[in-house]
Design a protein. Sequence first.
Length: 285
Amino acid sequence: MLGVSPAYFFSRFTTDFTVDDYILGLELLKSEGFSGFQLEIFHRSRLNEWLSEVAALAKRADDLNMEATQFVAHFLLAATKDEASLLSDLGLEDMKQVTDITAHFPRCKVITLPLSPFSFQAGSSFDIDSWRRLWDGLCEKLLAFASIVEASGRKLALEIVPGSLLGGTEGLMRFSRETGNKSVGYNFDTGHAWSCKENIATLPAKLAGRIYGTHLKDNFSYENLALPPGEGNIPWDSVIDGLLRNGYAGSFDLEIACKTPAEVTAAYAKGKATLERVLGASKYR
């Protein structure tokens, strides 16, 4: 399946998009040849709107035969942004409401939690005990989020944003080793991974069975851009082959951030053409 991340919607309608904007976006996506899309709440102030109006979106998606591939809880970045937020219960009740929204899409089995770049007071420093407190707090909070998501019959994926306390895919592996948790997975955001200097071609094998979704975008590995695949230097043949070879059966979802709404159709068409070419050429498809 080829789909899009929420970047499609905020590129068209700004990050203050409404449920009605999403409905219009689905109609445009259908005409552009996509069959999948990702749900998102970008601003917490929209949470009640989504709770009250999501049924209309779910019905329109069914009418158009469009499938929700994951819910990206972008507004929950705040839950891991600093020490006070991390070591509190911030976000846990909101995640329960996210599961209520996602329940309107029975085939949507993944909720993605983006991890915020971690901030600290300028001039401050950490000793080993304070680092351990933060790390333990992060592990505890991720387990709490996972418990809520899994109780709803879904899986939790992490979107590892550059600068997050988790640090990268090695941090996810460490979290798994130290907590024994094998259910929390990874939303493979190629742009984040590439700009963090991850060895991107190895990630599908390294995290085989734990990649629950994708945000497919390009950049040049030194800046966290969201360009159409083919406009940066990510080795797409190796990445897509690796996903297919290691059993990834989910949607291939583009994440392209456009400066103006007028650019969206062409940018996503270009990215879609690149994915179709690479998928079509793969011997592992």
